[in-house]
Design a binder for this molecule. Structure first.
Ligand code: ATP
Ligand code: MG
Length: 584
């Protein structure tokens, strides 16, 4: 029922298309009925010799005109109804995409990409079938049936008509039961398709790992298993259809046989004329299609309902991170950040990732975060971006609780270089200009120069037009990192976050970039996450995270003086550098 109201809300917008389509369908069905009547008239006229050649010709012309009208009508109802169902498909797809964009990062962590993709393709297709072809089949079948029956009763013989109609009731009852089973089986099938798509998507994304570990065979066997499961589930659907169709044929065949015998008898004893018997035969023939169409429609409705359920599952999910009622519009963000006893627990973890962190970062300063891997550095900056929810009173920007700042404003004022430098399948130019309006070449070059990637880019044969990402050339780790630094720098935001963004560049380049940063970021807040002391030693404040706690806070000199984790790290890294220096 909910599926029905859901789809109705879309159908309502296209009610004129549907009304026009159904009206033409009605006219076509109606006009269709006149053909048997005309052939009946000709037969009767010729048998009784009451019709001359002119009469036959005019009847034939009428049949021809009717036929032409029918063709036009059939085109029109297709145009209206298929057009409306395609539009609805587009609208649902648009709503799904817009909705998914609102969902939190966590939501995507927990859901398979392939599963979402299946819902976008195969499920939407099933829905379109249910609101287009199925509606037509159902309507057409009902109208045709009623009209044909009325004609048969009126024009031929009541008892003969009743005899032809009885099996239809049987078929209707059977089809409702069949629809229920089909719904269940189709849901199972869609789940299998989702899993298969997930599997394929992950295998292709992870193809480098699979090859490096020589797991192609193992991967293929795992795939074959999923593939088999999908086939089995599909076969369960097809098998049901395969059993139903011949059964339908048998019932239809039998009913035609019985009516023909009885009709023939009535014609023989003279209860009905031969012409009416001919017309009756055509009418019975006309009833076959609606019966099959009904079966098809129920099939498509059940599958569509199953798919609507799967799509509503997505649309009904509320975005976890959204602007609450406490949100107040802010015109600008200066970049002052305050952590106040910040504690954060990742979903599914028993221990908090971040524990009781208190720190003030004045606007315009540089904060560096250092700490062993898995200690919560990325988590901390993700909280700043409001990718996860923070409890009220723990994180303030410009003195305002992060929960009261509109998400859009917040994120527009933060430039972010994520740890995994994802680039889109597009030109380098578009990738770098990603967060800005238009593609201002001067600004792009300024950013790429600051990120020390301009020289590399111009040395590519296609320069800034080089396509990167999945469908383009592969950049080296360091080139990717620097491109994504440029992408962040071009935004010139009051807060810049670099999450381990210099890990893949050599120390000389690193020094260069840091110098440029110092110049470009004067008066703006910058957050640097790194493992190398060399990256961060000039920062105004250094936060050392250990087991999610803020173990040490200070600048390079003060931390060196205190002597603790930071000094240990520094000395170890110095020693390593010396050793490398000696060996080279
Ligand atoms: N989305 C998530 N859901 C659940 N746990 C997560 C999630 N992201 C990170 N974690 C966990 O939080 C902890 C801290 O991870 P985080 O990515 O913040 O570490 P990190 O300090 O950035 O490490 P690295 O230096 O390796 O980048 C880890 O134990 C990790 O398993
Ligand atoms: Mg990290």
């Amino acid at each position: 029922m909910k599926s029905f109201t859901f789809i109705l809300s879309y159908v309502r917008k296209h009610r004129f298309g549907y009304a026009a389509g159904i009206l033409t369908l009605f006219v076509v069905d109606f006009a269709n009925l006149y053909i048997p009547k005309l052939t009946g008239t000709i037969t009767d006229g010729l048998t009784a010799r009451t019709m001359d050649w002119d009469g036959v010709v005019s009847c034939l012309i009428a049949i021809f005109v009717l036929g032409a009208l029918l063709a036009l009508g059939r085109f029109l109802w297709r145009y209206f109804l298929f057009g409306a169902s395609r539009s609805i498909e587009r609208e649902i797809r648009g709503d799904m995409f817009a909705h998914l964009e609102e969902m939190s990062v966590e939501y995507f962590n927990e859901r398979g990409t392939g599963d979402l993709m299946t819902r976008f393709t195969s499920d939407l297709n099933a829905i379109r079938m249910a609101i287009g072809p199925a509606v037509i089949c159902m309507f057409d079948a009902c109208v045709m049936t009623v009209m044909v029956i009325v004609q048969m009763m009126y024009y031929v013989n009541i008892s003969l008509t009743l005899l032809a109609v009885v099996p239809m009731f049987l078929i209707c009852v059977g089809e409702i039961y069949y629809g229920k089973i089909m719904h269940r089986r189709f849901l199972d099938r869609q789940e299998a398709v989702s899993d298969l798509t997930d599997f394929v998507q992950e295998s292709f994304s992870g193809v480098r790992v699979i090859k490096a570990f020589v797991r192609e065979r193992a991967e293929f066997y795992a795939f074959a298993k999923q593939n088999k499961r999908t086939m089995d589930q599909t076969l369960r659907v097809v098998r049901l259809q395969a059993v139903i169709m011949p059964l339908l044929d048998v019932i239809i065949g039998l009913s035609i046989l019985v009516t023909l015998i009885y009709g023939g008898y009535l014609a023989l004893v003279g209860d009905i004329t031969l012409g009416r018997f001919v017309a009756f035969n055509q009418y019975v023939g006309m009833l076959i299609w609606p019966m099959i169409a009904c079966g098809d429609a129920i099939n498509m409705f059940s599958q569509g309902a199953a798919s609507i359920r799967r799509i509503r599952e997505i649309l009904d999910e509320k975005p976890e991170i959204r602007d609450t009622d406490d949100v107040k519009e802010v015109s600008d963000i200066r970049g002052e950040i305050t952590f106040s006893h910040l504690t954060f627990l990742h979903r599914g973890h028993s221990e908090p990732t971040l524990k009781d962190i208190s720190l003030h970062v004045p606007a315009g300063t540089t904060l560096a975060i250092i700490g062993r891997t898995g200690n919560g550095k990325s988590t901390l900056v993700n909280l700043l971006l409001h990718l996860y929810n923070t409890k009220p009173g723990m994180l303030f920007i410009d003195g305002k609780d992060i929960n009261t700042i509109p998400l859009k404003t917040l994120r527009e004022h933060i430039a972010y270089v994520p740890q995994d430098n994802f680039l889109f399948s597009d030109t380098l130019k578009s990738n770098i200009a990603f967060g800005t309006e238009g593609e201002d070449m001067d600004a792009i070059i300024r950013a790429t120069r600051a990120a020390c990637i301009h020289e590399s880019i111009v040395s590519f044969p296609d320069g800034y037009e080089t396509i990167v990402g999945e469908r383009g050339v592969t950049l080296s780790g360091g080139q990717k990192q620097r491109s994504s630094i440029a992408r962040a720098l071009i935004r010139n935001a009051p807060i810049l976050i670099l999450d381990d963004a210099l890990s893949a560049v050599d120390t000389d380049t690193e020094e260069h970039i840091l110098k440029n940063l110092k110049k470009n970021r004067a008066g703006k807040t910058t957050i640097l996450i790194a493992h190398r002391i060399s990256t961060i030693q000039n920062a105004d404040v250094i936060l050392v995270l250990e087991d999610g706690e803020a173990r040490e806070i200070g600048n390079h000199e003060s931390l060196m003086k205190t002597g603790g984790i930071y000094r240990d790290m520094f000395e170890k890294q110095q020693l390593e550098a010396k050793r490398e220096g000696l060996s080279s």
